[in-house]
Design a binder for this molecule. Structure first.
Ligand SMILES: Nc1ncnc2c1ncn2[C@@H]1O[C@H](COP(=O)(O)OP(=O)(O)OP(=O)(O)O)[C@@H](O)[C@H]1O
Length: 292
């Protein structure tokens, strides 16, 4: 488990991170989300040891990390940094070798990554000849080229098309399953909620909330959708629920109490034909609209 413990950082007279604590569990993808300028990149740089914290520590499996301990971390930096005029396959092997991998293992891993990201036919192309989505797949592959024990990706969704996102995150889920913590920072709440198991919400340098993606989506109670063959206006009279939307035969409400949802269903059955009654998860960006 990767743990950020009470990390603070000021630059000039500005507090960028204020006692930030969160963890990224082995075997899971953790999304660090927040608006632009929330402090995500700064937090990642401190995790990577590229910047020192003023206070606090970063630990891996209970041991405080020193600079060299990150040799087997994989990092996709915000400012992408590959060689524009070196063939793609060669770069992946080169980066894996830099991390101490044998030539054979580096070549094998490069071939696997190119296949998994569906860019095998680009192995001999130069980065500058690729589309934006292909180039981004290569950038992410470079972060994974040495089979890292910890993966940290800054804005991995940037420039990826839908197919690229699916391929990359299928690979990341498999890589996480081998016992690796994967931490991604992004302002794409819609994508993070699809692919992250856990989410840390950062706002103005502080952790606003954290937990499993499902728990955070249901933070304000579970939402239900109701559709009848008749008008649902009566739902406003039911106590202990919050009506989020109501128009003619349809209504969406939220409640923290399961029995209240059952009250609504009972009343709905008495009132008319129930066409639909199901629980729905709100979008994460909707739950945290105050900090998006
Ligand atoms: N070297 C620096 N000196 C002063 N302020 C900085 C420096 N680097 C970053 N900041 C400020 O720190 C805040 C957090 O920046 P950071 O890049 O960590 O945020 P972020 O959440 O990753 O956002 P973004 O998506 O815009 O990169 C921003 O307000 C930024 O302007």
């Amino acid at each position: 488990m990767l743990e950020v413990k009470s990390v603070s950082k000021s630059l000039g007279d500005r507090t960028i991170l204020d006692e930030v604590s969160f963890s990224a569990d082995a075997g899971r993808i953790t999304g660090l989300v927040g608006a632009r300028g929330a402090g995500k990149t700064t937090a990642l740089r401190i995790v990577l040891g590229l910047m020192d914290a003023d206070d606090g520590s970063v630990e891996l499996d209970g041991e405080e990390l020193e600079g060299g301990d990150r040799q087997n971390f994989g990092y996709l930096p915000e400012e992408r940094g590959l060689y524009p005029s070196m063939p793609v396959g060669e770069q992946l092997v080169y980066f894996a070798r830099l991390h101490g991998m044998s030539l054979g293992a580096a070549e094998k891993n490069a071939i696997t990554l190119l296949e998994r990201f569906d860019i095998s036919d680009r192995a001999y192309s130069l980065l500058e000849q690729l589309t934006a989505s292909e180039a981004q797949r290569v950038q992410i592959a470079a972060a994974l080229a040495h089979d890292p024990d910890v993966v940290v990706l800054d804005e991995p969704f940037r420039d990826l098309d839908d197919e690229g996102i699916q391929l990359v995150f299928k690979f990341l889920a498999d890589h996480a399953a081998s016992g690796v913590p994967i931490l991604i920072a992004s302002d794409r709440w819609d994508q993070v909620e699809k692919f992250a198991d856990d989410v840390v919400v950062l706002s103005r340098g502080k952790v606003h909330d954290s937990g499993s993606t499902d728990a955070l989506r249901n933070r304000d109670g579970q939402q239900f959708e109701l559709e009848l063959s008749s008008d649902t206006g009566w739902i406003h009279d039911i106590e202990g629920i919050e009506v989020l939307e109501q128009a003619e035969r349809r209504a969406i409400f939220s409640t923290n109490e399961k029995t209240k949802a059952q009250d609504v269903l009972r009343r709905a059955v008495e009132t008319g034909d129930v066409r639909k009654f199901s629980s729905v998860s709100p979008a994460l960006a909707e739950v945290f609209r105050e900090v998006v």
